[in-house]
Write a protein that binds this ligand. Structure first.
Ligand SMILES: [Zn+2]
Ligand SMILES: [Zn+2]
Length: 424
């Protein structure tokens, strides 16, 4: 019993900690135990350590720790990528040679393919250009998407790169460059996830999730087979109990399982690691696919979350975009009169009045025409970057896909309401 409990507890604790640290600050977890745990680990625990250190060493210990933490989180280095590679290679090294002799020909082939794919996608995600915006690529990035006059306004310059910011781009402070359709900077691949490598990143998560689940299931079932060979009655299912005809009790079942794990420690721990860690990776995939479904990047979902707060406070106004002006042409140098390759243009301009006073109707410095109306919820605004799941997926997987030849029906051309993408 001891060994099963210890392995399970350690793996479960590591999985939970990783989940909380990586996902705890996402808006979707606000006011949930995940966010409380995140605050506990990221705010309260460091503060307590800081207080103790001030009393004992005058703060020298934490100062060096902060420098190290800053280096780990804010500098570009492959430490986490190497850790990820070691975890992947170490688990395979522990499990594959032991299991190989027990596998059928088809299983050996599947294992070989599933073990190789994450390395291929990791290489492609880590070493592809995520879509760096430079003088020479600026025109290309301006042609990808129109400005939505909500999250992305024309004419804004990146202070560091001193280049105009193309729609959906963001400056990555770790890589010190602007990246087209930046989703986030990922420390596992030591690279940004952007318009150039988003598809490799999704395939990396998918292949790692498949490897963890399949590896976990295969290693555990091999341990199960070994136990069953030694104890033919080992099963919780009544119809599988061969001699006694009685279902086995949970405690006996677990004792015999721990015998199996003790005799096949390597396979057993990899099996448990795979099974416990795979929900985490599938969770990351589901979160990434949710963003594809709603047509937004992680960066945009954080921005929309801020807009939602401002809307609830009554600071947000919108008005009609003037169709007479080809604003995208004026705003984005290099974009021809026919527009970008995107089939939808902004229909409204959003404006946030932080002092609460509505903007003047005749304010010529602001885009759009007519009366400003107050916006109270995300339901009342549209996300022009959402063309529906399959088109959003196509946008990620087919580089520079020419959507404007799609011939979308007029209702789609007007953009879709954000209803489906609203976050509670
Ligand atoms: Zn920049
Ligand atoms: Zn980056």
């Amino acid at each position: 019993m001891g060994i099963v409990q210890t392995i399970a507890a350690v793996v479960l604790a590591i999985s939970l900690m990783t989940f909380v640290i990586f996902f705890g600050r996402l808006p979707v977890f606000r006011r949930t135990p995940i966010a409380w745990l995140y605050n506990f680990f990221v705010v309260h625990v460091p503060n307590a350590i800081l207080a103790i250190d001030r009393r004992t060493t005058g703060g020298r210990f934490t100062a060096s720790l902060v420098r190290f933490g800053h280096f780990m989180m804010n500098d570009k280095h492959p430490t986490v990528l190497v850790f990820f590679l070691l975890l992947l290679a170490g688990s395979e090294y522990m499990a594959v040679p032991t299991a190989w002799g027990l596998l059928s020909g088809l299983q050996r082939f599947t294992v070989a393919v599933f073990c190789t794919l994450p390395y291929v996608f990791l290489y492609l995600a880590a070493y592809s250009d995520p879509g760096t915006v430079s003088m020479s690529s600026l025109k290309h990035h301006m042609m990808l998407y129109p400005y939505d006059y909500a999250l992305f306004q024309p004419g804004v310059r990146c202070h560091t790169c001193n280049l105009l910011k193309p729609p959906r781009s963001k400056h990555c402070p770790i890589c010190k460059r602007c990246v087209g359709r930046l989703d986030h900077h990922c420390i596992f691949i030591n690279n940004c996830v952007g318009v150039g490598n988003h598809h490799w990143f999704l395939l990396l998560i998918l292949s790692t999730a498949v490897l963890a689940s399949y590896g976990g299931w295969l290693a555990s079932s091999l341990v199960g087979q070994q136990v069953q060979e030694r104890f033919p009655n080992w099963s919780l299912l009544p119809w599988r109990a061969r001699d006694s005809g009685q279902p086995m009790s949970w405690s006996t079942w677990l004792i015999l399982l721990s015998w199996g794990l003790k005799n096949h420690v390597q396979l057993g721990s990899i099996g448990l690691l795979g099974l416990l860690i795979s929900p985490l990776i599938w969770g990351l995939l589901v979160y990434s696919m949710w963003n594809v479904w709603t047509g937004q990047t992680t960066n945009e979902s954080l921005k929309w979350s801020d807009w939602k707060c401002d809307m609830e406070d009554g600071y947000v106004y919108k008005r009609r975009m003037s169709h007479e002006r080809r604003l995208s042409m004026v705003a984005a140098p290099g974009v021809p009169a026919s527009g970008t390759r995107w089939p939808v243009e902004a229909e409204h301009v959003l404006y946030c009045a932080h002092d609460g006073t509505p903007p003047a109707q005749n304010d010529k410095t602001l885009a759009g025409v007519g009366e400003w109306e107050k916006v109270y919820s995300l339901h009342d605004v549209e996300n022009i970057y959402d063309l529906g799941f399959w088109n959003n997926l196509k946008d990620i997987f087919v580089p520079n896909y020419q959507f404007n030849t799609l011939g979308l029906p007029p209702v789609e051309r007007r953009g879709r309401p954000r209803k489906r993408t609203a976050r509670k």
